[in-house]
Design a protein around this ligand. Structure first.
Ligand SMILES: Nc1ncnc2c1ncn2[C@@H]1O[C@H](COP(=O)(O)OP(=O)(O)OP(=O)(O)O)[C@@H](O)[C@H]1O
Length: 344
């Protein structure tokens, strides 16, 4: 199986590039910070794609680009056959209900002066002006049920909600317009671990029930694993590995992916003992002045001369994985079965 190929119905992203200009004073030329470079990805209807990478790898820039909150320095984002980067404002406004986002900090993203029912009704007021008050209320209560909020929550204010309840409101706002693509940017990172599991289960359930395409962005590989059919791994704005979930975990080929898996496992000493990939060392290099060749070579335990000189191309493997590494699969032993079971 290969990562979901883009269809006319889903999301197809090609060469997505985002560059920021960083000003260093009035008399100096601004620096270029290339937050994303030539990223390709596809999400078919009803499929979920996880995006994982350390802080600064470009995950949020990607999420913002899909909502046109971030301009591109190159590439295209094609949603159901239409390039959203080329659309007029008017055309994008019509399409906007299709693509919704769940944010990281649920409380910060909710207006503290609005009650839950009004918060959930807000997108309807903007995009479904055809609805009357009674119909709107009905949709709001139905949506609350879908995300596991009892009707008595309708009159509550954000400060009266727990983190998990607030995130359920955030999810309700995102699904109330029956979107087709849901983007979750670190949607459970601010929640306690036990609440994280509940919210992830809810997202998965909604995805299945509503046939949503899900783009799930997180720095936490264990979380991404739980919800994703396919996973892409970003490093310094570059796509380094893209594979169906089970293939990525059973046979991670990029040394960075291996290191990420290793760091997820390090809380369990038994598993760490059995896992032979060394943990990731060193700091992420500056994205303003990235290393030559492969951007990971400065931290890579198996880098060779070519890695310092030449950026590796994304190579396709027969099992559907795509890996940008000159020395992929070399020198490291895949995690054992026991290791993988311990991650579940
Ligand atoms: N508005 C901006 N202006 C300048 N640089 C930016 C801006 N937004 C992000 N960056 C830089 O772009 C790079 C990618 O940032 P981005 O927030 O997309 O990454 P991320 O993977 O989501 O990281 P995090 O998890 O820390 O948010 C980082 O080096 C960041 O400092």
């Amino acid at each position: 199986m290969s990562p979901s190929e883009g269809s006319e119905e889903g999301l197809r992203v090609r060469n997505l590039s985002v560059t920021y200009r960083i000003s260093r004073g009035p008399f100096r030329r601004p620096d270029e910070l290339r937050a994303l470079r030539d990223v390709d990805l596809d999400i078919a209807p009803g499929r979920s794609l996880g995006v994982v990478g350390e802080s600064g790898s470009g995950k949020s820039s990607m999420a913002r680009a899909f909502l046109r909150l971030q301009s591109l320095s190159g590439g295209k984002i094609v949603w159901r056959g239409h390039d959203i980067t080329q659309m007029t404002e008017e055309a994008f406004r019509h399409m906007r209900p299709d693509i919704q986002m769940v944010f990281q900090d649920p409380l910060a993203s909710l207006n503290p002066r609005m009650q839950v029912a009004d918060l959930i009704a807000e997108p309807l007021l903007t995009h479904r002006r055809d609805l009357g008050k009674v119909e709107r209320r009905k949709i709001v209560i139905e949506t609350m049920g879908r995300v596991g909020l009892r009707p008595e929550f309708a009159e509550r204010y954000p400060h009266q909600l727990s983190g998990g309840q607030a995130q359920r409101v955030g999810i309700a706002r995102a699904i109330v317009l029956s979107p087709k693509l849901l983007i979750c940017d670190e949607a459970v990172s601010a929640l306690d671990v036990s609440v994280q599991a509940q919210v992830l289960t809810l997202l998965k359930q909604l995805q299945e029930e509503m046939g949503l395409s899900l783009l799930f962005i997180s720095h936490d590989l264990a979380v991404v694993r739980y919800v994703s059919d396919d996973i892409i791994v970003l490093y310094l704005g570059r796509l380094v590995e893209y594979a169906p979930r089970d293939i990525l975990f059973e046979n991670p080929r990029h040394p960075y992916t291996r290191a990420l898996i290793s760091s997820v496992l390090s809380s369990n000493p038994r598993i760490e003992r059995e896992h032979r990939s060394p943990p990731i060392g060193g700091d992420i290099p500056s994205p303003i002045n990235p290393p030559s060749g492969c951007p990971f070579h400065t931290r890579c335990p198996i880098a060779e001369a070519i890695c310092r000189e030449k950026m590796p191309e994304l190579r396709h493997w027969p099992d559907g994985a795509r890996v940008a590494c000159h020395v992929a699969n070399r020198g490291l032993v895949p995690p054992s079965e026991t290791t993988l079971k311990g991650m579940q």
